[in-house]
Design a protein around this ligand. Sequence first.
Ligand SMILES: C[S@@+](CC[C@H](N)C(=O)[O-])C[C@H]1O[C@@H](n2cnc3c(N)ncnc32)[C@H](O)[C@@H]1O
Length: 375
Amino acid sequence: MERAPCLDILLVAPPGLEPVLAEEARGLGFAPAEPVPGGVRIAGGWPEVWRANLELRGATRVLAQVGAFRAMHLAQLDKRARRFPWGEVLRPDVPVRVEASSTRSRIYHAGAAAERVARAIREELGAPAGDAAGVTAAVTVRVRLDDDLCAVSVDTSGEPLHKRGHKLAVGKAPMRETLAALFLRQCGYGGTEPVVDPMCGSGTFVIEAAEIAHGLLPGRSRRFAFEDLASFDPAAWARLRDRPRPPAPPLRFLGCDRDAGAIRMAEANAGRAGVGEVIEFRRQAISELVAPEGPPGLVMVNPPYGGRIGERELLRGLYGTLGKVLRAGFSGWRVGIVTSEPALARATGLPFPPPPAPVPHGGLRVVLYRTGPLA
Ligand SMILES: C[S@@+](CC[C@H](N)C(=O)[O-])C[C@H]1O[C@@H](n2cnc3c(N)ncnc32)[C@H](O)[C@@H]1O
Protein backbone atom coordinates (compact mmCIF):
# COMPACT_ATOMS: atom_id res chain seq x y z
CA MET A 1 0.00 0.00 0.00
CA GLU A 2 1.37 3.44 -0.94
CA ARG A 3 0.70 6.23 1.54
CA ALA A 4 1.96 9.72 0.95
CA PRO A 5 3.69 11.41 3.89
CA CYS A 6 1.73 14.55 3.14
CA LEU A 7 -1.75 14.82 1.69
CA ASP A 8 -2.43 15.48 -1.95
CA ILE A 9 -5.25 18.03 -1.72
CA LEU A 10 -7.61 18.94 -4.58
CA LEU A 11 -9.38 22.29 -4.40
CA VAL A 12 -12.40 21.74 -6.66
CA ALA A 13 -13.00 24.73 -8.96
CA PRO A 14 -15.88 25.74 -11.24
CA PRO A 15 -14.86 24.44 -14.71
CA GLY A 16 -12.89 27.12 -16.57
CA LEU A 17 -11.92 29.03 -13.44
CA GLU A 18 -9.10 26.73 -12.26
CA PRO A 19 -6.35 29.33 -12.99
CA VAL A 20 -8.28 32.02 -11.08
CA LEU A 21 -8.61 29.73 -8.04
CA ALA A 22 -4.91 28.79 -8.37
CA GLU A 23 -4.01 32.48 -8.16
CA GLU A 24 -6.14 32.88 -5.03
CA ALA A 25 -4.56 29.76 -3.46
CA ARG A 26 -1.04 31.01 -4.17
CA GLY A 27 -1.91 34.39 -2.63
CA LEU A 28 -2.94 32.59 0.57
CA GLY A 29 0.36 30.70 0.73
CA PHE A 30 -0.78 27.30 -0.57
CA ALA A 31 1.66 25.37 -2.80
CA PRO A 32 2.19 24.20 -5.44
CA ALA A 33 -1.29 25.49 -6.40
CA GLU A 34 -1.15 23.88 -9.79
CA PRO A 35 -4.33 24.11 -11.94
CA VAL A 36 -5.60 20.75 -13.24
CA PRO A 37 -8.91 20.04 -15.03
CA GLY A 38 -11.65 20.54 -12.39
CA GLY A 39 -9.49 22.02 -9.69
CA VAL A 40 -6.18 23.09 -8.19
CA ARG A 41 -3.67 20.77 -6.51
CA ILE A 42 -1.98 21.72 -3.27
CA ALA A 43 0.03 19.67 -0.78
CA GLY A 44 -0.04 19.81 2.99
CA GLY A 45 -1.24 18.24 6.20
CA TRP A 46 -4.63 18.46 7.95
CA PRO A 47 -4.04 22.09 9.07
CA GLU A 48 -3.77 23.09 5.37
CA VAL A 49 -7.02 21.22 4.70
CA TRP A 50 -8.78 23.18 7.45
CA ARG A 51 -7.26 26.46 6.30
CA ALA A 52 -8.24 25.83 2.65
CA ASN A 53 -11.86 25.28 3.71
CA LEU A 54 -11.81 28.32 5.96
CA GLU A 55 -10.00 30.88 3.77
CA LEU A 56 -10.53 30.13 0.08
CA ARG A 57 -13.41 32.13 -1.36
CA GLY A 58 -13.43 30.44 -4.78
CA ALA A 59 -13.14 26.69 -4.02
CA THR A 60 -16.26 24.56 -4.45
CA ARG A 61 -14.98 21.90 -2.02
CA VAL A 62 -11.71 20.47 -0.67
CA LEU A 63 -10.84 16.80 -1.25
CA ALA A 64 -7.94 15.22 0.67
CA GLN A 65 -6.37 12.08 -0.75
CA VAL A 66 -5.64 9.81 2.22
CA GLY A 67 -4.11 6.85 0.39
CA ALA A 68 -3.92 4.77 -2.78
CA PHE A 69 -3.44 1.14 -3.72
CA ARG A 70 -3.47 -1.00 -6.86
CA ALA A 71 -6.56 -3.12 -7.48
CA MET A 72 -6.87 -5.32 -10.57
CA HIS A 73 -10.08 -7.10 -9.57
CA LEU A 74 -12.81 -6.85 -6.95
CA ALA A 75 -11.38 -9.52 -4.62
CA GLN A 76 -8.11 -7.58 -4.49
CA LEU A 77 -9.94 -4.31 -3.92
CA ASP A 78 -11.86 -5.96 -1.10
CA LYS A 79 -8.69 -7.31 0.57
CA ARG A 80 -6.75 -4.06 0.27
CA ALA A 81 -9.70 -1.95 1.38
CA ARG A 82 -9.94 -4.11 4.50
CA ARG A 83 -6.26 -3.48 5.28
CA PHE A 84 -6.54 0.28 4.72
CA PRO A 85 -5.83 2.26 7.93
CA TRP A 86 -9.33 3.77 8.07
CA GLY A 87 -8.98 4.50 11.78
CA GLU A 88 -6.34 7.18 11.06
CA VAL A 89 -8.94 9.21 9.14
CA LEU A 90 -12.47 8.06 9.95
CA ARG A 91 -14.25 7.69 13.28
CA PRO A 92 -16.14 4.49 14.17
CA ASP A 93 -19.14 6.52 15.40
CA VAL A 94 -19.59 8.72 12.27
CA PRO A 95 -21.76 7.49 9.34
CA VAL A 96 -19.83 7.32 6.05
CA ARG A 97 -20.98 7.24 2.44
CA VAL A 98 -18.72 5.90 -0.32
CA GLU A 99 -18.83 7.15 -3.92
CA ALA A 100 -16.72 5.60 -6.68
CA SER A 101 -15.72 6.29 -10.27
CA SER A 102 -13.72 4.18 -12.69
CA THR A 103 -11.73 5.03 -15.81
CA ARG A 104 -9.28 2.87 -17.82
CA SER A 105 -9.42 0.17 -15.12
CA ARG A 106 -10.12 -3.56 -15.06
CA ILE A 107 -12.65 -2.88 -12.27
CA TYR A 108 -15.12 -0.99 -14.45
CA HIS A 109 -18.19 -1.30 -12.24
CA ALA A 110 -17.95 1.77 -9.98
CA GLY A 111 -21.03 0.76 -7.98
CA ALA A 112 -19.49 -2.61 -7.06
CA ALA A 113 -16.23 -0.89 -6.04
CA ALA A 114 -18.11 1.57 -3.81
CA GLU A 115 -20.04 -1.27 -2.22
CA ARG A 116 -16.83 -3.24 -1.40
CA VAL A 117 -15.12 -0.23 0.15
CA ALA A 118 -18.23 0.71 2.15
CA ARG A 119 -18.45 -2.83 3.48
CA ALA A 120 -14.75 -2.84 4.40
CA ILE A 121 -15.18 0.41 6.36
CA ARG A 122 -18.29 -0.91 8.08
CA GLU A 123 -16.81 -4.28 9.02
CA GLU A 124 -13.19 -3.31 9.78
CA LEU A 125 -13.74 0.06 11.48
CA GLY A 126 -17.33 -0.28 12.62
CA ALA A 127 -18.47 3.04 11.10
CA PRO A 128 -22.19 2.98 10.23
CA ALA A 129 -23.16 3.20 6.57
CA GLY A 130 -24.48 6.66 5.74
CA ASP A 131 -27.62 7.24 3.66
CA ALA A 132 -28.95 3.76 4.51
CA ALA A 133 -31.90 3.05 6.77
CA GLY A 134 -32.42 6.75 7.45
CA VAL A 135 -28.83 7.43 8.60
CA THR A 136 -27.43 10.65 7.09
CA ALA A 137 -23.77 10.43 6.11
CA ALA A 138 -21.58 13.06 7.78
CA VAL A 139 -18.54 12.12 5.72
CA THR A 140 -18.14 11.06 2.08
CA VAL A 141 -15.23 8.89 0.95
CA ARG A 142 -14.48 9.14 -2.77
CA VAL A 143 -12.82 6.21 -4.47
CA ARG A 144 -11.31 6.93 -7.88
CA LEU A 145 -10.09 4.00 -9.95
CA ASP A 146 -7.84 5.15 -12.76
CA ASP A 147 -5.50 2.82 -14.62
CA ASP A 148 -6.08 0.17 -11.90
CA LEU A 149 -4.88 2.56 -9.19
CA CYS A 150 -7.46 3.10 -6.48
CA ALA A 151 -7.09 6.58 -4.96
CA VAL A 152 -9.03 7.15 -1.74
CA SER A 153 -10.06 10.72 -0.89
CA VAL A 154 -12.22 12.27 1.77
CA ASP A 155 -14.54 15.19 1.06
CA THR A 156 -13.44 17.47 3.89
CA SER A 157 -16.02 20.21 3.18
CA GLY A 158 -19.39 18.46 3.38
CA GLU A 159 -21.90 21.05 2.21
CA PRO A 160 -20.45 22.87 -0.83
CA LEU A 161 -18.36 25.88 0.13
CA HIS A 162 -20.62 28.46 -1.52
CA LYS A 163 -22.89 27.83 1.47
CA ARG A 164 -21.19 30.26 3.80
CA GLY A 165 -24.10 30.17 6.24
CA HIS A 166 -25.30 33.78 5.82
CA LYS A 167 -27.36 33.87 2.61
CA LEU A 168 -30.48 32.16 3.85
CA ALA A 169 -32.83 34.23 1.69
CA VAL A 170 -32.41 34.03 -2.10
CA GLY A 171 -34.27 35.37 -5.13
CA LYS A 172 -34.92 33.83 -8.54
CA ALA A 173 -31.40 33.39 -9.90
CA PRO A 174 -28.85 33.86 -7.12
CA MET A 175 -25.16 33.84 -7.89
CA ARG A 176 -23.12 31.28 -5.96
CA GLU A 177 -20.74 33.00 -3.51
CA THR A 178 -17.74 31.02 -4.81
CA LEU A 179 -18.43 32.09 -8.40
CA ALA A 180 -19.07 35.69 -7.31
CA ALA A 181 -15.71 35.75 -5.51
CA LEU A 182 -13.86 34.40 -8.56
CA PHE A 183 -15.58 36.91 -10.89
CA LEU A 184 -14.68 39.77 -8.51
CA ARG A 185 -11.05 38.54 -8.57
CA GLN A 186 -11.11 38.38 -12.40
CA CYS A 187 -12.19 42.03 -12.34
CA GLY A 188 -9.10 42.82 -10.26
CA TYR A 189 -11.04 43.38 -7.04
CA GLY A 190 -8.79 43.11 -3.98
CA GLY A 191 -10.89 44.72 -1.25
CA THR A 192 -9.56 48.27 -1.55
CA GLU A 193 -12.27 50.01 -3.59
CA PRO A 194 -16.05 50.47 -3.44
CA VAL A 195 -18.37 48.09 -5.28
CA VAL A 196 -21.84 48.84 -6.68
CA ASP A 197 -24.30 46.19 -7.86
CA PRO A 198 -27.29 47.96 -9.50
CA MET A 199 -29.35 44.72 -9.78
CA CYS A 200 -28.19 43.02 -6.60
CA GLY A 201 -30.96 40.44 -6.00
CA SER A 202 -30.00 38.66 -2.76
CA GLY A 203 -26.86 40.82 -2.53
CA THR A 204 -24.18 38.22 -3.31
CA PHE A 205 -21.64 40.48 -5.08
CA VAL A 206 -21.71 43.37 -2.60
CA ILE A 207 -21.74 41.08 0.46
CA GLU A 208 -18.80 39.10 -0.91
CA ALA A 209 -16.92 42.32 -1.77
CA ALA A 210 -17.53 43.84 1.67
CA GLU A 211 -16.35 40.63 3.36
CA ILE A 212 -13.14 40.70 1.28
CA ALA A 213 -12.54 44.35 2.24
CA HIS A 214 -13.13 43.58 5.93
CA GLY A 215 -10.90 40.49 6.01
CA LEU A 216 -13.80 38.24 7.03
CA LEU A 217 -12.96 34.57 6.45
CA PRO A 218 -15.57 32.96 4.19
CA GLY A 219 -15.86 29.80 6.33
CA ARG A 220 -16.10 31.56 9.70
CA SER A 221 -19.77 30.70 10.39
CA ARG A 222 -20.23 27.15 9.13
CA ARG A 223 -19.42 23.56 9.92
CA PHE A 224 -17.21 21.32 7.80
CA ALA A 225 -17.06 17.55 7.32
CA PHE A 226 -13.42 17.54 8.57
CA GLU A 227 -14.80 18.27 12.06
CA ASP A 228 -16.12 14.68 12.03
CA LEU A 229 -12.81 13.05 11.08
CA ALA A 230 -10.38 11.24 13.42
CA SER A 231 -7.67 13.74 12.43
CA PHE A 232 -9.62 16.77 13.76
CA ASP A 233 -8.06 18.86 16.52
CA PRO A 234 -10.74 21.25 17.90
CA ALA A 235 -8.28 23.45 19.83
CA ALA A 236 -5.97 23.97 16.81
CA TRP A 237 -9.04 24.65 14.63
CA ALA A 238 -10.40 27.24 17.07
CA ARG A 239 -7.01 29.05 17.05
CA LEU A 240 -7.04 29.09 13.24
CA ARG A 241 -10.63 30.30 12.93
CA ASP A 242 -10.83 32.84 15.74
CA ARG A 243 -8.00 35.13 14.65
CA PRO A 244 -8.20 38.90 15.17
CA ARG A 245 -9.58 40.78 12.18
CA PRO A 246 -7.59 43.50 10.38
CA PRO A 247 -8.84 47.09 10.90
CA ALA A 248 -11.95 47.93 8.85
CA PRO A 249 -11.30 50.13 5.78
CA PRO A 250 -13.45 53.25 5.24
CA LEU A 251 -15.22 51.75 2.21
CA ARG A 252 -18.92 51.78 1.38
CA PHE A 253 -20.83 49.37 -0.84
CA LEU A 254 -24.10 49.89 -2.68
CA GLY A 255 -26.67 47.32 -3.78
CA CYS A 256 -29.84 48.30 -5.66
CA ASP A 257 -32.77 46.36 -7.06
CA ARG A 258 -36.19 47.43 -8.25
CA ASP A 259 -37.75 44.56 -6.32
CA ALA A 260 -38.62 45.35 -2.68
CA GLY A 261 -38.49 41.67 -1.70
CA ALA A 262 -34.96 41.35 -3.09
CA ILE A 263 -33.80 44.38 -1.08
CA ARG A 264 -35.29 42.94 2.13
CA MET A 265 -33.52 39.62 1.49
CA ALA A 266 -30.22 41.30 0.68
CA GLU A 267 -30.38 43.39 3.87
CA ALA A 268 -31.07 40.30 5.98
CA ASN A 269 -28.24 38.36 4.30
CA ALA A 270 -25.76 41.23 4.78
CA GLY A 271 -26.78 41.56 8.45
CA ARG A 272 -26.14 37.86 9.05
CA ALA A 273 -22.75 38.16 7.33
CA GLY A 274 -21.81 41.03 9.66
CA VAL A 275 -21.46 43.61 6.85
CA GLY A 276 -24.90 45.23 7.09
CA GLU A 277 -23.38 48.49 8.40
CA VAL A 278 -21.16 49.09 5.38
CA ILE A 279 -23.57 48.21 2.57
CA GLU A 280 -26.38 50.53 1.60
CA PHE A 281 -29.29 48.79 -0.11
CA ARG A 282 -31.74 50.88 -2.14
CA ARG A 283 -34.92 49.92 -3.84
CA GLN A 284 -34.57 51.61 -7.21
CA ALA A 285 -34.63 50.87 -10.94
CA ILE A 286 -31.45 50.93 -13.01
CA SER A 287 -32.59 54.15 -14.73
CA GLU A 288 -32.30 56.00 -11.36
CA LEU A 289 -28.76 54.81 -10.57
CA VAL A 290 -26.14 57.47 -9.74
CA ALA A 291 -22.52 56.86 -8.72
CA PRO A 292 -21.89 57.12 -4.98
CA GLU A 293 -19.75 60.01 -3.64
CA GLY A 294 -16.04 59.27 -3.33
CA PRO A 295 -13.42 57.52 -5.42
CA PRO A 296 -14.45 55.24 -8.30
CA GLY A 297 -14.38 51.45 -7.97
CA LEU A 298 -16.10 48.48 -9.56
CA VAL A 299 -19.67 48.02 -10.85
CA MET A 300 -20.39 44.29 -10.69
CA VAL A 301 -23.71 42.98 -11.90
CA ASN A 302 -25.52 39.98 -13.27
CA PRO A 303 -28.66 41.35 -14.89
CA PRO A 304 -31.51 38.99 -15.77
CA TYR A 305 -30.70 36.93 -18.86
CA GLY A 306 -32.62 35.02 -21.49
CA GLY A 307 -34.40 31.79 -20.77
CA ARG A 308 -34.49 32.32 -17.05
CA ILE A 309 -36.33 35.51 -16.19
CA GLY A 310 -37.96 37.85 -18.67
CA GLU A 311 -38.20 38.32 -22.43
CA ARG A 312 -35.34 38.97 -24.79
CA GLU A 313 -36.56 42.27 -26.32
CA LEU A 314 -37.31 43.73 -22.90
CA LEU A 315 -33.89 42.59 -21.77
CA ARG A 316 -32.21 44.31 -24.71
CA GLY A 317 -33.78 47.57 -23.52
CA LEU A 318 -32.70 46.88 -19.92
CA TYR A 319 -29.07 46.24 -20.94
CA GLY A 320 -29.18 49.34 -23.13
CA THR A 321 -30.29 51.44 -20.16
CA LEU A 322 -27.61 49.87 -17.94
CA GLY A 323 -24.88 50.77 -20.46
CA LYS A 324 -26.26 54.32 -20.92
CA VAL A 325 -26.42 55.01 -17.16
CA LEU A 326 -22.89 53.68 -16.61
CA ARG A 327 -21.37 55.57 -19.58
CA ALA A 328 -23.04 58.82 -18.48
CA GLY A 329 -22.39 58.73 -14.73
CA PHE A 330 -19.62 56.29 -13.85
CA SER A 331 -16.47 57.85 -15.28
CA GLY A 332 -13.37 56.13 -13.83
CA TRP A 333 -15.32 53.05 -12.70
CA ARG A 334 -14.61 49.57 -14.08
CA VAL A 335 -17.55 47.33 -15.01
CA GLY A 336 -18.03 43.56 -14.77
CA ILE A 337 -21.21 42.07 -16.27
CA VAL A 338 -22.09 38.39 -16.00
CA THR A 339 -24.55 37.21 -18.64
CA SER A 340 -25.25 34.18 -20.81
CA GLU A 341 -26.11 36.25 -23.90
CA PRO A 342 -23.38 37.94 -26.00
CA ALA A 343 -26.05 40.00 -27.82
CA LEU A 344 -27.26 41.43 -24.49
CA ALA A 345 -23.70 42.31 -23.46
CA ARG A 346 -23.31 44.12 -26.81
CA ALA A 347 -26.58 45.97 -26.19
CA THR A 348 -24.91 47.87 -23.32
CA GLY A 349 -22.62 49.62 -25.84
CA LEU A 350 -19.79 49.26 -23.29
CA PRO A 351 -16.23 48.71 -24.59
CA PHE A 352 -15.60 45.02 -23.75
CA PRO A 353 -12.44 43.32 -24.99
CA PRO A 354 -12.89 39.62 -25.91
CA PRO A 355 -14.18 37.89 -22.74
CA PRO A 356 -12.77 34.80 -20.99
CA ALA A 357 -14.32 31.35 -21.68
CA PRO A 358 -17.90 30.68 -20.48
CA VAL A 359 -18.49 29.10 -17.08
CA PRO A 360 -21.40 26.73 -16.27
CA HIS A 361 -23.88 28.29 -13.85
CA GLY A 362 -27.44 27.24 -13.05
CA GLY A 363 -27.83 25.12 -16.20
CA LEU A 364 -26.49 27.90 -18.48
CA ARG A 365 -23.05 29.01 -19.58
CA VAL A 366 -22.30 32.50 -18.31
CA VAL A 367 -19.57 34.86 -19.45
CA LEU A 368 -17.86 37.68 -17.56
CA TYR A 369 -17.61 40.84 -19.68
CA ARG A 370 -15.15 43.41 -18.26
CA THR A 371 -14.16 46.96 -19.00
CA GLY A 372 -11.20 49.06 -17.86
CA PRO A 373 -11.94 52.44 -16.19
CA LEU A 374 -14.75 54.15 -18.17
CA ALA A 375 -13.95 57.44 -19.93
C1 LIG B 1 -30.13 37.55 -12.02
S1 LIG B 1 -30.81 38.50 -10.73
C2 LIG B 1 -29.40 39.00 -9.78
C3 LIG B 1 -29.00 37.96 -8.79
C4 LIG B 1 -27.99 38.42 -7.80
N1 LIG B 1 -26.67 38.59 -8.39
C5 LIG B 1 -27.94 37.44 -6.64
O1 LIG B 1 -26.87 36.86 -6.38
O2 LIG B 1 -28.97 37.20 -5.99
C6 LIG B 1 -31.27 40.00 -11.53
C7 LIG B 1 -31.91 41.03 -10.64
O3 LIG B 1 -32.16 42.20 -11.42
C8 LIG B 1 -33.31 42.86 -10.89
N2 LIG B 1 -33.83 43.79 -11.92
C9 LIG B 1 -34.46 43.50 -13.09
N3 LIG B 1 -34.76 44.63 -13.75
C10 LIG B 1 -34.30 45.66 -13.02
C11 LIG B 1 -34.30 47.09 -13.18
N4 LIG B 1 -34.84 47.64 -14.26
N5 LIG B 1 -33.71 47.84 -12.23
C12 LIG B 1 -33.16 47.27 -11.12
N6 LIG B 1 -33.16 45.94 -10.91
C13 LIG B 1 -33.71 45.14 -11.84
C14 LIG B 1 -34.24 41.71 -10.55
O4 LIG B 1 -35.19 42.13 -9.57
C15 LIG B 1 -33.25 40.64 -10.03
O5 LIG B 1 -33.17 40.69 -8.62
